[in-house]
Design a protein. Structure first.
Length: 228
């Protein structure tokens, strides 16, 4: 009887140890530049005009993200909340973005193609709506549907560092205009749980039928993150 109990205990211990090792190995294989990876982090991002607090919590296949931005000059706040669900290769998300004058909601799909051990391609497609408060008119908004398509391409180094490029275009149904953007960036792992990074966001010129003209814009960000 004692031998049987000892054997069961030994098997249980070996099983638990193996499961823990597999879990730790899975964590080590996560590249933090992968937009479909589930992990938990807090960080800060800064550009010339905006400082942003970033947070993300990964609970298995469910990922929750919150970014809070503050304009360095005016002090105005804006934010982005996101829920993301990941399955094998395929993920879907819901994003809520905005401030007191402008709000956008997008629902989207993303699919992961593992081209090589280091190269991944992620096609993305989203749709939703936006509303902008009219200047000088209380509680009156201009609203429109949106459609967005893009691709995220990433090179993940064996040491955990990453580089990426993310071109995308957004169609504004009401104005019948396209907003073309491209983001290029990367991250460097200083420690197993600390990274620093940088990105450049370029937005092309937009002109609509009402004579509105938004000039092209380039914004550079630096980032730092701690992973749990």
């Amino acid at each position: 009887m004692k031998k049987s109990l000892t054997s069961v205990a030994l098997i249980s211990l070996l099983t638990a140890t193996s499961a823990f090792a597999n879990e730790e190995a899975a964590k080590e294989e996560v590249n933090y530049g992968d937009p479909t990876a589930s992990f938990t982090t807090v960080g800060v991002s800064a550009s010339k005009d905006v400082t942003q607090l970033n947070g993300m919590m990964g609970l298995g296949s469910n990922i929750f993200q919150l970014d809070i931005s503050r304009n360095n000059k005016s002090g105005d706040l804006s934010g982005r909340g996101r829920y993301f669900h990941v399955t094998d290769g395929l993920g879907y998300s819901v994003d809520v973005i905005g401030d007191e004058n402008n709000q956008t909601v997008l629902g989207g799909l993303i699919y992961k193609f593992q081209v090589t051990d280091n190269i991944s391609i992620f096609p993305m497609l989203s749709a939703g709506g936006t509303q902008n408060k009219r200047i000088g008119e209380k509680d009156k908004y201009d609203r429109s549907g949106l459609a967005q398509a893009g691709v995220y391409a990433m090179y993940g180094f064996d040491a955990g560092h990453w580089l990426y490029i993310n071109p995308k275009t957004t169609y504004h149904f009401k104005d019948k205009t396209f907003t073309n953007q491209v983001e290029v960036g990367g991250g460097f792992m200083l420690l197993d749980n600390v990274s620093v990074g940088a990105k450049v966001e370029y937005t092309g010129e937009v002109k609509n039928k009402h004579g509105f003209n938004m000039p092209e814009d380039t914004v550079t960000w630096i980032q730092a993150n701690y992973y749990f």
